[in-house]
Ligand binder design. Sequence first.
Ligand SMILES: C[S@@+](CC[C@H](N)C(=O)[O-])C[C@H]1O[C@@H](n2cnc3c(N)ncnc32)[C@H](O)[C@@H]1O
Length: 433
Amino acid sequence: MNDRRPPRKRRASNEADPPGTAQRRAALRLLDAILRRGDPLDVAMHAAAQGLTGADRAFAVAIASETLRWMVDLDALIDSATTEILPDDVKARSVLRIALAQLLVLKSPAHAVVSTALPLVAGGPRRLVHAILSRAQQEEWQLPERATLPAATAERWTGQWGAEMTDAAEAAWSAPPPIDLSFAAEPGADEWPDAASFAPRHRRLPRGQAVEDMPGYREGGWWVQDVAASVPARLLGAGEGRTVLDLCAAPGGKTMQLAAAGWHVVAVDASAKRLDRLRANMERTGLSADIVQGDIRSWAPREPADAVLLDAPCSATGIFRRHPDVLHRIEPAQIAEMAILQTELLARAARWVKPGGVLIYATCSLERAEGEDQVSTFLDRHKGWAIDPARTVELPSAVAPDANGLVRTVPGMLADAGGLDGFFIARLRAPSD
Ligand SMILES: C[S@@+](CC[C@H](N)C(=O)[O-])C[C@H]1O[C@@H](n2cnc3c(N)ncnc32)[C@H](O)[C@@H]1O
């Protein structure tokens, strides 16, 4: 049959998309990389947000982050508006998720949200997406006060820590956290007058400020570091020129603390890319360390050190407030895998501590398998080693050691003042002969 109709115009290319579509497209790619491939947000960002810079890139990341934070509740709204449940992995659901996150969390103008959503479902159910977004506006959809935790996380944490902790975690997860700064030296009383302080050389500021624009960034007297993340180095005290092996050091938050506290730091990490960030951090702050690229499963120092700090790779479930992708990616199998690696790394790190020296073990995880259980296994297998109990005076306010002298920070701590990341920290003492 001879079809004489003129050829249909092809759908507009990307250039014909409404302004702002590129940021939403990047957010969609980010979501896909995280949910389908299990990539961490900061890794996925480079490929997904290619071509975007500055505020556009930050907007794409904010859309993806808030979508992940509110995903359980966004999905409930989407499901309430369709007769048949949209499969989890269809594009229309992802587009609706990011569009609703813009409308309901980021409060973007509705016309911009709708006009940039439709090109993203080209070839898909545009009418359905349009109808749901119109309904959201007409019916003035609202999100609950708190973002619901993914069911698997809530169940796992309730099993380990109880319902109260899960409740506090849900409250903590509902908004991005404030900005904590660590200082190389205690700032003057008249500097940062509006900031709260929960420990020496710490100040807390409200979120939402661009770090590079804050006073003193270029001078390098401070760096961004959650106050819970500053605890491992605090437990080593002043270095007085002694040597510490900072294992798994990049991007260098603890390296900077240790160098500022007078330690001679040997900073080791397997990742060349992350070590570049460590180098840049040391340069900006004018602090120094010997920097070594090495995989500590095979690398070894020439001689034992006075102290070793192992900030072990982990599931990172404790930093879920600032990395909401974590709770959608991490499954029990990965936690178990990480725990096996941590046992190996901790045993190696212990060999490099001088007799009577100290080993700090830390993870930013809210899983016992990566914290308390590691210490029990370690002590069972390493005769003569003991916990050197942390003391309350060494810790930020509202944090106290547990009955064994171990430090466990959980979401309920300092909740009224912006909360804390979830960390586990143990100070272990080597036998003296
Ligand atoms: C929790 S992060 C470290 C954060 C850092 N201590 C800080 O305070 O900024 C874990 C680090 O472990 C490194 N890592 C993972 N496995 C390693 C290995 N086998 N050997 C050396 N470094 C490793 C990763 O590259 C990553 O930089």
